[in-house]
Ligand binder design. Structure first.
Ligand SMILES: [Zn+2]
Length: 167
């Protein structure tokens, strides 16, 4: 006898019973994307450290951009919408709320967007400009003059002074 409604198919391949994303299923190209994330993150971390300006910003563990005011305090990143619940590299496979994906899956998604974005645009190298733009976007959002888009690329275009590579 068929049961109604049909049970959703279990995603046995990527999620085990402890609700963890199984990284062993990742292809070499996905690992490359994770490396790209790591590189961008450590580049930004270095720039923030070197900078003399007091930025008061921390790196978002989801996208690697300096969008977080207080780390591990459930702030939602205005660029990638990751909620900063304290998860980082050591717990990048666990899947639980407030985020719907594991950190590693989220980073791969972001890295795919970034790859496409960087093919078309160049983001400024100045960390001061990057943070200034993030802060001014936050202000516009809180004033109701700007809205955070669901998709990552739209937010990037709104926030960063980008140069079109084709021009
Ligand atoms: Zn983020």
């Amino acid at each position: 006898m068929k049961q109604y409604p049909a049970k959703p198919k279990k995603r046995k391949k990527t999620i085990d019973k402890n609700n963890r994303f199984d990284k062993s299923v990742l292809s070499a190209s996905k690992y490359k994307l994770l490396d790209a994330f790591k590189e961008r993150r450590s580049r930004t971390e270095e720039l923030i450290e070197k900078s003399n300006v007091i930025h008061g910003k921390s790196i978002c563990p989801g996208c690697g951009f300096p969008t977080i005011d207080e780390p591990d305090n459930y702030e939602t990143c205005i660029i990638c919408s990751w909620e900063d619940d304290g998860r980082d590299d050591k717990s990048d496979s666990s899947i639980h709320l407030p985020n719907s994906l594991s950190l590693v899956q989220h980073r791969i998604n972001i890295a795919i967007y970034m790859e496409g974005f960087e093919r078309k645009y160049t983001i400024t190298n100045s960390i001061d400009d990057v943070i200034r733009n993030i802060k001014s976007f936050e202000e516009k959002v809180s004033n109701g003059h700007e809205e955070i888009a669901i998709d990552f690329e739209t937010n990037l275009k709104k926030i960063f002074p980008t140069q079109n590579r084709l021009e």
